[in-house]
Write a new protein. Structure first.
Length: 378
């Protein structure tokens, strides 16, 4: 599928930025378990945090395919940095699509410039794949403000974010709130030691009678899960799918290059048929995943609702294949790939996370099968 000249240019520029300023540091960030603030600021200075912010609010207003290409480029170099792009863009999308005019005017320029970083707080200990079971509550006070109580787990870039999109039950109905980091009653507790995307600065959000203003509700009460979260998760899933394309391409490049150099049994690894099989799968899966992502993006740009199913399919395929490719990359590198600090090891850990977030592999299989069965029913 052909890209426009503008999309080609964006991809080229993003790739060269990632090669210079992200990929060389991804290993160190993984080890330190943090993308540093300076790198977040550099990313924002490039305008990438404003990728989905409409131009009238100071953002780039990228079309879906361009946004996807940016995710591929960043995902090639560092899945943790790509996670920042994902969760921040989910908040941007929610505010732009569902926010009041006042919320858009307040938050979108800040989110575009990076003055404010956004994070997404949906998951709880009891509510993972089944978010409808969330227990965080919101109560409206007589003067109109709200108080939130509960715990949000595994909030990507929660340690760094300035504003959180949080989902809580208001009179039993799930409702979305924008909560500022400085809100009284909110404690941000760092989470460390995760298997993958270790530099994505996860946090647990603890709300203890946390006070938020009356105009913090995004969309209407009761529409938190069915409208706000659902459409933000579609953006997140799309971003992760493209990030997996980048991860697949990074695995293929690293594997090909090593297979050309490493000699065993008197010839390069790349001349052994079993290694060639792994490389063949990686390059084919990279292309196939990219095409599925492009299809989802084109449908988004056309405003075709079929994009939702196409995005599920793209994310399912890309994440499963990225994990397979990363495992094969470690296999090709052998003991070297198992060593501390080696990129193959990091890519394998990161790829496993891709099969869990934004709809796990099993949840996606279930969704896709149900959609197929429904479509073909009588
Ligand atoms: C690195 C990382 C970053 C994250 N960042 C965020 C974030 O920014 N914001 C946020 O809100 N959340 C975040 N999460 C949480 C993430 O969204 C959840 O992990 C995910 O929704 C899955 O929930 P769970 O981990 O509780 O697993 P569970 O839902 O308990 O699932 C456990 C296992 O059971 C399987 N399973 C579940 N339901 C079914 C079913 N119906 N049929 C078959 N199998 C099933 C799953 O596939 C999985 O293998 C993050 C998680 C990680 C690991």
């Amino acid at each position: 599928m052909q890209l426009t000249a503008q999309q080609e240019r964006l991809l080229k520029e993003a790739r060269s930025y990632v090669a210079e300023e992200i990929a060389p540091y991804a290993g160190a960030w993984d080890e330190q378990q943090a993308v540093p603030d300076t790198a977040v600021a550099g990313f924002a200075a490039r305008g990438h945090l404003g990728a989905l912010v409409p131009q009238e609010y100071g953002g780039a207003g990228l079309d879906a395919v361009s946004f996807g290409l940016l995710n591929e480029a960043v995902g090639y170099g560092c899945s943790s940095m790509r996670s920042l792009l994902t969760v921040h863009s989910m908040v941007v999308h929610a505010v732009a699509r569902w926010g009041s005019e006042r919320q858009r005017a307040t938050w979108l320029p800040r989110l575009a410039s990076g003055e404010s970083v956004g994070a997404f707080g949906l998951s709880e200990r009891e509510a993972g794949s089944d978010a409808s079971q969330l227990r965080t509550t919101a109560e409206q006070l007589p003067e109109g403000n709200y108080t939130l109580s509960g715990r949000k787990m595994w909030t990507t870039f929660g340690q760094r974010a300035d504003v959180f999109l949080v989902f809580a039950r208001l009179d039993g109905r799930i409702t979305a709130f924008l909560v500022e980091r400085r809100a009284p009653g909110l404690e941000v507790v760092p989470v460390s030691g995760m298997l993958g995307t270790r530099a994505s600065r996860l946090a647990e959000l603890r709300f203890d009678d946390c006070r938020v203003p009356a105009d913090a509700v995004v969309g209407r009460p009761g529409f938190g899960l069915t409208a706000v979260a659902l459409s933000a998760l579609d953006v997140g899933r799309y971003s992760v799918a493209w990030g997996c394309v980048g991860l697949l391409a990074a695995c293929a490049d690293a594997s090909v290059s090593y297979a050309q150099q490493r000699l065993q049994f008197g010839k390069p690894l790349g001349e052994h048929q079993l290694i060639r099989r792994m490389i063949a799968d990686m390059v084919t899966d990279t292309t196939a995943a990219r095409l599925l992502c492009l299809r989802a993006g084109r449908l988004k740009d056309l405003g075709d609702p079929e994009t939702v199913n196409a995005t599920w399919m793209a994310k399912y395929f890309a994440s499963v294949k990225a994990f397979r490719a990363a495992a094969d990359t470690v296999q090709i590198f052998g003991a070297v790939g198992c060593s501390e600090g080696h990129p193959a090891q990091r890519m394998l850990r990161d790829a496993k996370v891709m099969e869990i977030i934004e709809g796990s592999t099993e949840v996606q299989q279930d969704y896709l099968a149900q959609a197929a069965l429904r479509e073909r029913a009588g």
